[in-house]
Ligand binder design. Structure first.
Ligand code: SF4
Length: 314
């Protein structure tokens, strides 16, 4: 019988990491930001308060069981329902994974706490760290990322540079492009200059291919994104759709979600509860179904509902 986990999810197909076992270290949705493009919806708990949101002993017990059951993944990744560095012992979990397995670890962070030396120290235990960059100054940061009021853009950028100097592993910068909000050429040049100054190993360009928190967070057309790659140093990569989305598991999940949405409109949270899938995983399938025109989205009472068939077409 398949074991039920509370803090582990997947392995899910990831566009950059292959098959990635996710570890969720914060309750939904605890973050330092409330990005207009967030695929998890609005931040319900915006905070800078670092604490042991989920017990480390429980996470380690689940990891031990997963490893004992012969679990396989290309990466074990700290990500999930919010910002993983808000967990004040995420470094201990990275160390535990290093001690127990040879699977490399990834930390997907919005980077807003990297100005704190203890966060950088803990993050150094990951093999790969991905930091986000979508703004070029405090005003654009306030508009696109809607940060906790005590967060200062310049201080965060200083933290990024300090981390690059201290970290020997792979550093990726992800630039999330929101059509019309950070895609004007002169603004993009500023973002590119900031990214270059971080000295990352790779720069990835992403856009809202999955349903964003705000409907006005429009996706940038792929062709336009491809024209931008040369603006960045190193030359950026547009994150392509993960090819193993064609796996039989993924196809089965997509079909069952579609079948349910043909019967009744649901929110992403409801789908997640019905299928016992993490929201990150649900949002991938929803994004794909939306892009293929198989379902539609309707906002009602502040919630986004997805529907297929006639209900999805109005
Ligand atoms: S996109 Fe990431 S950083 Fe932004 S609100 Fe969502 S979880 Fe937080």
């Amino acid at each position: 019988m398949k074991r039920e986990y509370r803090h582990l999810f997947g392995p899910v197909p990831s566009r950059r990491l292959g098959r990635s076992l996710g570890i969720d270290l914060t309750p939904f949705k605890t973050c330092t930001l409330d990005c207009i493009f967030c695929q998890l919806g609005h931040t319900t708990h915006k905070t800078l308060n670092r604490k042991e949101y989920v017990p480390v002993a429980d996470v380690e017990a689940e990891l031990e069981a997963w490893i004992k059951d012969g679990g396989k993944a290309d990466y074990i990744t700290l990500s999930g329902s919010g910002e993983p560095t808000l967990h004040d012992r995420f470094g201990d979990i990275l160390q535990f994974i290093r001690d127990q397995t040879t699977i490399p670890t990834a930390l997907l962070s919005n980077g807003t706490l990297f100005w704190r030396p203890e966060v950088r120290e803990a993050a150094k235990r990951a093999n790969l760290v991905k930091l986000s960059l979508s703004a070029w100054d405090q005003t654009s940061f306030d508009h696109i990322n809607r940060p906790h009021p005590d967060l200062k853009f310049q201080q965060i950028m200083d933290g990024y540079r300090a981390f690059r100097n201290e970290f020997q592993g792979k550093l990726w910068i992800e630039v999330f492009l929101v059509w019309g909000s950070n895609t004007v050429p002169r603004d993009l040049e500023k973002i590119a200059a900031l990214a270059e100054a971080m000295g990352p190993d790779e720069i990835h360009l992403n856009t809202a291919v999955r349903p964003p928190a705000e409907e006005y967070a429009f996706a940038m057309p792929r062709r336009k994104m491809e024209e931008l790659t040369e603006l960045f140093r190193p030359v950026a990569t547009v994150i392509a759709e993960f090819s193993s989305d064609k796996s039989s598991d993924a196809a089965a999940n997509e079909d069952t979600i579609l079948a349910m949405l043909k019967r009744r409109p649901c929110t992403a949270q409801q789908i997640s509860e019905v299928f016992g899938m993490h929201l990150n995983e649900v949002s991938k399938y929803i994004g794909k179904l939306l892009r293929n025109g198989k379902i539609g989205r309707h906002d009602r009472d502040g919630e986004s509902y997805y529907a297929a068939g006639e209900a999805g077409r109005n």
